[in-house]
Design a protein around this ligand. Structure first.
Ligand code: HEM
Length: 508
């Protein structure tokens, strides 16, 4: 494949490629299918947006994703659904050990969620509508059209509200993203690499393509002889004669995360004292960036594949800051993307690469956990909700306490290896990269470990002296709902729309 225009963008839902950032008016709906035939008819003519670039920016977009229950309700056979990953089938709240690993305990526990918290509450469909400012109501009417009210029950409309290119604590957000190797030109062999690359194999975000291991992630493949309707699906690239229901589809992880904005800034004010500069520094250390997005580590001059040299907000690694003097190791962005890791520190040039590959290099105890960050990247597509509250107003004792937060969305090809790993091993773990007694300063639930060890600290190493310790950190973010969905390719949507009424046509 030579250039990105060869890619099947007409079969891909647009959210992955574009993010629809200019379409700031949104409506996220959770639906249950009540009449599968009507649902298929609606889907057949639904104006779902693809990923083809157009000269004129579209004024609206529609994307659709299904839970495992939703696929079953629209008529997909169990034998097909079984081809998806276990975590998708079990669901985000489907077993206790998963909830524990994701940090969904205590105030975050699924039984307290507004939606998705138990099997009976899992929505079938997530409908994502995007429009230019003030355009959402008429777009919603157009999308619903005929058949909608016969086909679906609207379980809820999730809150969303645009407050600018920031998240509710006030930090610039959403601009550090992997760039996707649509041309499929980058080698996945680590021996071919000199260091961190921001370019990610297509198979890390879409099913049906080789991932960063050079392998195809498991997904439902259908024999078109046994299932004639499957003829519409793309061919499986890796298995001849089979059709690929997963190709050009991604898993979509959604988590409704409430942010206690007054709680965050009032804690920072108390912990840092009256000096506004110190307050800004503590908050920035927790995030790993200044409020305007500037990274705390210096930007570097060498090339990073997939990042423009001029992109000062992203043109950096943590190589020159190994112990976290500039950006604490436990900062949110350093936990969720440790960046340098494919080849550990000091491994540049042929001889030292060879030594490392042959096992003669020195190793640091923390290399393993952060090694190969390329296997744990996320494409993030969050939207905010709740009214804007500036840090200055949030610090006031009578600051309004409206519900605010993120509808956190990420797109991945492997929920366990990407979202769950980042959330569990990197963000929530109190044993990340040599750290102890702390978890992600933004996301942590602050519950002690079974051993009684605390997790509510935040430590900043200082070049001059002792560790600067901030504790006990309160919980700033609470999970209010969540689910795992599958966002199919356009041909897979057509397949769903034309499924026969037999099969498992249950609407449970
Ligand atoms: C309400 C919850 C959250 C808030 C307020 C938040 C805030 C932020 C901010 C301010 C940034 C820096 C902007 C950027 O680099 O684009 C960021 C980056 C990031 N966040 Fe979060 N985040 C939240 C939840 C999560 C969750 C649940 C995950 C994954 C489990 C996550 C993963 C990431 C990643 C991967 C980055 C990019 C890091 C990098 O590439 O350097 N975030 N977040």
């Amino acid at each position: 494949m030579k250039n990105s225009s060869d890619f099947e963008f007409d079969d891909l839902q647009g959210l992955l490629r574009f993010g629809h950032g200019k379409l700031t008016d949104t409506c996220f709906m959770l639906l249950n299918i009540v009449d599968a035939t009507a649902a298929r008819q609606w889907l057949n003519s639904a104006p779902v947006s693809n990923a083809v670039e157009t000269e004129i920016l579209p004024k609206t977009a529609l994307q659709i994703a299904f839970s495992a229950q939703g696929l079953q309700a629209i008529g997909v056979k169990d034998s097909v659904i079984e081809g998806f990953s276990d975590e998708f089938i079990t669901g985000m709240s489907g077993d206790e050990s998963r909830s524990r690993r994701l940090g969904d305990v205590d105030k975050n526990a699924p039984k307290k969620w507004l939606w998705g918290g138990n099997t009976a509450q899992i929505p079938h469909i997530l409908l994502l509508l995007y429009a230019l400012p003030s355009g959402i109501d008429s777009w919603r009417k157009t999308v619903q059209g005929k058949k909608f009210s016969k086909a679906f029950k609207v379980l809820s409309q999730l809150p969303t509200q645009y407050i600018g290119e920031i998240e509710p604590f006030g930090f610039a957000d959403g601009f550090s993203q992997p760039s996707i190797d649509w041309q499929r030109q980058q080698s996945t062999d680590p021996h071919d690499r000199n260091g961190y690359s921001n370019v990610l194999a297509v198979g890390e975000v879409l099913l049906g393509y080789p991932n960063e291991y050079g392998q195809y992630t498991a997904r439902p493949l259908i024999n078109p002889i046994a299932d004639k309707d499957a003829a519409i699906l793309p061919n499986a690239e890796d298995v001849s004669g089979l059709k690929d229901f997963g190709r050009n589809g991604s898993y979509l992880v959604l988590r409704q995360l409430d942010q206690d904005v007054p709680g965050f800034w009032q804690f920072v004010a108390k912990a840092a004292g009256s000096d506004p500069e110190k307050r800004k520094q503590l908050a920035a250390a927790m995030v790993g960036r200044n409020i305007d997005g500037k990274p705390l580590v210096s930007t570097i001059v060498e090339d990073i594949p997939g990042i423009e040299r001029t992109d000062n907000r992203n043109h950096f690694t943590y190589d020159a800051d190994p112990v976290g003097h500039e950006c604490p190791i436990g900062a949110h962005i350093r936990r969720t993307n440790p960046r340098t890791g494919d080849l550990p520190l000091g491994v540049t040039g042929f001889i030292s690469r060879l030594k490392k590959i042959l096992g003669f290099g020195e190793s640091r105890h923390d290399e393993d956990l952060v090694a190969s960050s390329r296997f744990h990247r996320l494409v993030r597509r969050a939207r905010t909700y709740g009214p804007m509250l500036t840090p200055k107003d949030a610090i006031k004792p009578d600051a309004p306490t409206d519900e605010r937060g993120l509808q956190f969305i990420c797109l991945v090809a492997n929920i366990a290896r990407q979202f769950e790993f980042v959330q569990n091993a990197w963000a929530m773990s109190s044993k990340f990269n040599g750290l102890q007694q702390e978890s992600d300063p933004l996301l942590g639930h602050r519950q002690p470990l079974m051993s009684g060890e605390v997790t509510d600290q935040f430590n900043q190493p200082t070049p001059a002296g002792p560790m600067q310790k901030t504790c006990p950190l309160p919980q700033f973010i609470t999970v209010r709902g969540g689910g795992y969905f599958f966002m199919p390719g356009l041909r897979a949507l057509k397949y769903l729309a034309t499924l026969p009424s037999q099969g498992s046509d249950s609407t449970s």
